[in-house]
Design a protein around this ligand. Structure first.
Ligand SMILES: [Zn+2]
Length: 340
C-alpha cells in the first residue's frame, strides 16, 4: 500500500505505518510507541503491514481515516471558542515531552473532544445510545464513532425494540458498522428480544458474508489462543469452533492436570477475565513481533500497561512504564505462546 501521501494523526509525519483501530487514525512509529505505552484500553494499534488483517476491519479503518476521524479527537483545536490551550505538535518536536503529552491529552484524557452538557439533559447518555441505535443502520461511520466517543453505549438495549445497535447493523448488512461497534466493546453473543444473536439477524436478512464474519468475531478470543497453541484456527465454515491444543512438549511449565484443575475452579466471570487478559497479551506479542522489525528500532513494550479499570489482581502482570515490572499471570509460560 502506498502510504506516502498519508500523515500521522498526532504529529503530521509523512508515511505512517501504524493504525489505531479504535480511534480510526494512522500514526507514525514514534507516536505509536506512546500509543502502545497507554495500553489497549486506550489505543488498539496494528501495523498496516500486519498479515491476517480482516479486510473489512481494514476498510473500516481507512474509511474513518478518509472521513477525517482525527478531527473528532482534535475537535477543540479547530474550535475558536474552546478554552483548551493545547497546540498540535510537529514531528520535529521531542517525542518524550511535547508529543507524548499531546497524545495523552488527546486520547487518554479526551481533552479535545466536543463537550456535551448534562445540566439540561440528565438523559444525555441514553439519548446518545438511542442515536447510535438508529445511526448504525446507515453507512455513516464517522457519526457512529462520534456517538461512541461521547459515551454512547454499544451494548445499549433499546427499551421498545429489545435489541442492540449490533443487531440493527447486522440486520442492515452494515459490515463496517459491525466492526466499529465490536472494536468499541459490543458483545457479538448478545440476544435480542426474539432470542437471536447478531449473526442470526445478519443471516436471516441474507447477509451471509457478514454472518460468517460475526461468527469469527464470536470466537475471536478462543481462535487467538488456538492459533498460538496449535498454529491454526478452527474452520468455522465447517462447523469446527474449538481446537483441543496438543501442548505436549510445548514448554508450558505448569502440569496440564494441575492447569486443568485450576481452570475448572474459576467461575464463568473469572474465566472470561482470564481469557481476555491472555488475549490482550497474545495481541501484544503479535504487535511486538512486527514492532521489532521496524527500521527505527524502538524499545519494546515488555508488559501490558496498567489498565485502571481493572482490579489490582488483573493488573499484577502489567506495568506503568512498559519497560519493567513483575511478570505475572500474563507472562506465565515464558515464550511458549509466541513460539509459533
Ligand atoms: Zn507521529
Amino acid at each position: 500500500m502506498n502510504t506516502s501521501a498519508l500523515s500521522c494523526a498526532d504529529c503530521s509525519a509523512p508515511n505512517p505505518q501504524w493504525a489505531s483501530i479504535n480511534r480510526g487514525v494512522l500514526i507514525c512509529n514514534e507516536c505509536c510507541s506512546v500509543h502502545r505505552s497507554l495500553g489497549r484500553h486506550v489505543s488498539q494499534v496494528r501495523s498496516i503491514r500486519a498479515p491476517n488483517w480482516p479486510p473489512v476491519q481494514k476498510e473500516m479503518l481507512f474509511t474513518l481515516y478518509n472521513k477525517g476521524a482525527n478531527s473528532l479527537w482534535e475537535h477543540a483545536l479547530h474550535n475558536s471558542s474552546s478554552k483548551v490551550k493545547l497546540k498540535k505538535p510537529s514531528y520535529r518536536d521531542k517525542l518524550q515531552t511535547t508529543r507524548h503529552d499531546f497524545i495523552i491529552a488527546k486520547y487518554k484524557n479526551l481533552q479535545l473532544l466536543p463537550r456535551i452538557s448534562h445540566k439540561d439533559n440528565p438523559n444525555a447518555y441514553q439519548d446518545l445510545s438511542k442515536q447510535l441505535h438508529a445511526s448504525v443502520r446507515t453507512n455513516n461511520l464517522e457519526t457512529c464513532l462520534r456517538l461512541l466517543a461521547l459515551g454512547g453505549n454499544p451494548n445499549f438495549c433499546h427499551p421498545e425494540r429489545g435489541n442492540t445497535p449490533l443487531h440493527v447493523a447486522s440486520q442492515a448488512g452494515q459490515a463496517m458498522q459491525v466492526e466499529l461497534l465490536i472494536i468499541h466493546g459490543a458483545n457479538p453473543c448478545t440476544l435480542d428480544g426474539l432470542g437471536h444473536t447478531p449473526e442470526e439477524c445478519a443471516r436471516i436478512a441474507g447477509h451471509h458474508q457478514l454472518a460468517d464474519r460475526l461468527i469469527e468475531m464470536q470466537y475471536e478470543l478462543a481462535d487467538k489462543l488456538s492459533f498460538f497453541l496449535c498454529g491454526r484456527k478452527p474452520m468455522h465454515s465447517m462447523g469446527e469452533h474449538y481446537l483441543i491444543p496438543n501442548v505436549a512438549g510445548s514448554g508450558l511449565n505448569v502440569g496440564l492436570g494441575e492447569a486443568n484443575t485450576r481452570l475448572q475452579e474459576l467461575d464463568n466471570e473469572q474465566f472470561e477475565q482470564l481469557a481476555c487478559d491472555v488475549c490482550d497479551e497474545v495481541d501484544r506479542r503479535e504487535t511486538d513481533a512486527i514492532w521489532l522489525t521496524t527500521e527505527q528500532l524502538q524499545s519494546s513494550i515488555a508488559f501490558l500497561p496498567v489498565n485502571p479499570t481493572l482490579s489490582p489482581l488483573r493488573n499484577q502482570g502489567t506495568t506503568e512504564t512498559g519497560h519493567s515490572g513483575r511478570p505475572g499471570l500474563c507472562s506465565a509460560g515464558g515464550g511458549s505462546l509466541s513460539g509459533h
